[in-house]
Design a protein around this ligand. Structure first.
Ligand code: SAM
Length: 245
């Protein structure tokens, strides 16, 4: 897979460690639940990766369809599913066509920004519109672009411990003009080093509103944290709720 937003197969174990550390699971469930009940609902989790978001949604009582373009990620997800109600689909979320509609669609941890161009984002929003039930809602978990602007084009680098014997350094740069974000992840132990990267393109809230309208959707809520509180200038996460027009 040459798409730079889909991690190389040899990096999946390292990606999975990082993903579990950054875990949006509990927060995602709290945020979605503030808008829609999850128990008994059918949820489409786009960009499910190794399952952090899908497991949290399933553990809250939802029946989940987990979509990702990375087979190695989905293999890991399936190996950990146990008796959770999760179906797995290997597909590109920019043009997927499933024969069902969903109460809830989730894109966690900047997955929306992994559709790189405006055209790709609009295609992805059209996919969301086609797969939402009439009363359904979609949830885009995005880093607030103000965070990238605050960095002023400088690289930011943060190191976190990963368990007892590893650490990850995440280095990120964001280009104001093109709105491109490059993230490099270095996972290190005393004897191993694995690197992977992610390319993304942010969209501002007015851009998301406009693109959503073009796809037949409407932004019906903007929250500033996983607790579902109102979005404000201090918010680091710009959580966008979409419904069909
Ligand atoms: C940031 S991760 C989010 C993973 C998980 N939902 C979480 O919260 O930890 C984004 C995922 O989107 C997948 N992805 C990127 N582009 C994709 C595409 N065009 N179609 C399907 N999956 C894609 C990547 O393989 C990756 O697993």
């Amino acid at each position: 897979m040459s798409d730079p937003s889909v991690y190389a197969p040899e990096a999946i174990d390292a990606y999975d460690l990082v993903s579990s550390m950054l875990s949006p699971g509990a927060g995602l469930v709290a945020w979605v639940s503030a808008h829609r009940p999850l128990a008994g609902q059918v949820v489409l989790d786009l960009g499910a990766g190794t399952g952090v978001s899908s497991f949290a949604l399933a553990d809250a009582g939802a029946q989940v369809v987990a979509v990702d373009a990375s087979r190695p990620s989905l293999d890991l997800l399936e190996s950990r599913c146990r008796d959770r109600k999760i179906d797995v689909v290997e597909a590109d979320f920019r043009d997927i066509q499933l024969n069902s509609t969903f109460d809830i669609i989730t894109l966690s941890r900047n997955t929306f920004f992994l559709a790189q161009s405006h055209d790709e984002k609009i295609a992805l929003l059209r996919v969301i519109e086609r797969h939402l039930k009439p009363e359904g809602a979609a949830f885009l978990d995005c880093t607030d672009p103000a965070e990238f602007l605050r960095a002023g084009g400088d690289a930011t680098s943060v190191t976190y411990p990963l368990g007892r014997d590893r650490m990850v350094t995440i280095t990120q740069t964001a280009d104001r003009a093109s709105q491109a974000i490059m993230s490099i992840f270095l996972v290190q132990s005393a004897s191993t080093l694995t690197a992977f990267h992610e390319m993304a393109t942010w969209a501002t809230l007015p851009e998301i509103r406009l693109m959503a309208r073009m796809a037949g959707l409407e932004v019906t809520g903007v929250n500033g944290s996983y607790a579902g509180e109102d979005y404000d200038a201090r918010s680091r996460e710009m959580l966008v709720v979409l419904e069909r027009k």
